[in-house]
Design a protein around this ligand. Structure first.
Ligand code: MG
Length: 272
């Protein structure tokens, strides 16, 4: 986004190809002429755009960027935050056999990571369970282990994957509990609200999710109230902008739930 005075603001969003080409004509209809620093107004325009099927909340951070540049402050300062140090975990991005996964976990441990996240995408659930169980037995005393099933973000355009249901998710949660897995991420479809609540209530391992609820505040508020997850992880870009995500963190705190931000890395590749 560029203001008429030439101040540039940057956002980033998901795309599978060149589907965003030409999007400027739509954004311009809603946003040209508005005050770029009026985030509430920008959010209202994005809501109006979403009513006709175009969820483009990912542009909202660009307006925070503009607002910060005009104020001469970083966005965290505009939000009342302070610089801090956060612990990161090593997120694996592909499926591997147990032996290769264990070697990878050892390598991440040597680099200083103390938590690793595995992927489980096999059509045979015993293969998924074996990977997690074997890795936990090998390195679980040194590292925390999380597992991502990516059922809320099944990128079948890249590769087909099994579609989990509540019963499979429960069996997997039981297996993870036996080896002390720290969290299970997205074990069910993102809109399976009743099943998510049931699984979160059933599972001894905390259930996490919420990366891609675009334009999320009404939906995620409902999911928080229904306790669909123990750990909510909306993304400040995908989810509806920095201010919507900030409001969600407050709601999680009020409901005694945890929050962990999903994010894009510096090359704008998803690390979720
Ligand atoms: Mg994820």
């Amino acid at each position: 986004m560029t203001t008429k005075d030439g101040v540039e603001g940057y956002g980033a969003g998901p795309a599978m190809g060149r589907e965003r080409a030409g999007l400027g004509e739509l954004l311009g209809l809603y946003l040209l002429g508005e005050d770029a620093t009026d985030i509430d107004l920008i959010q209202q325009r994005l809501r109006e755009m979403a009513y006709v099927g175009w969820r483009n909340y990912w542009v909202a951070p660009a307006f925070w960027d503009i607002k910060g540049k005009l104020a001469g402050k970083p966005v965290y300062a505009l939000l009342g935050g302070k610089p801090c140090t956060v612990k990161l975990y090593a997120s694996t991005g592909e499926v591997k056999k147990p032996a290769a996964r264990i070697r990878e976990a050892e390598a991440r441990y040597a680099e200083g990571f103390r938590t690793i996240k595995l992927r489980v995408h096999d059509f045979d659930e015993s293969v998924d369970i074996e990977q997690v169980t074997e890795t936990a037995k090998a390195i679980g005393d040194k590292m925390k282990i999380g597992v991502d099933a990516n059922q809320a973000w099944r990128v079948t355009a890249i590769g087909d994957a099994p579609l989990w249901d509540l019963e499979r998710a429960k069996r997997f949660a039981d297996a993870c509990a036996e080896v002390g897995v720290a969290w299970i991420e997205e074990p069910l479809p993102m809109d399976g609200y009743e099943d998510l609540t049931a699984l979160t209530k059933y599972s001894k391992v905390p259930i996490a999710g919420g990366e891609l609820h675009t334009g999320a505040f009404p939906e995620l508020r409902m999911m928080i109230e229904r306790k669909c997850y123990d750990i909510f992880q909306p993304d400040a870009v995908f989810t509806g902008g920095i201010d919507q995500t900030f409001a969600i963190t407050k709601l999680c705190r009020e409901h005694g739930l945890k929050y962990s931000p999903h994010n894009l890395d510096k090359r704008n590749r998803v690390r979720g």
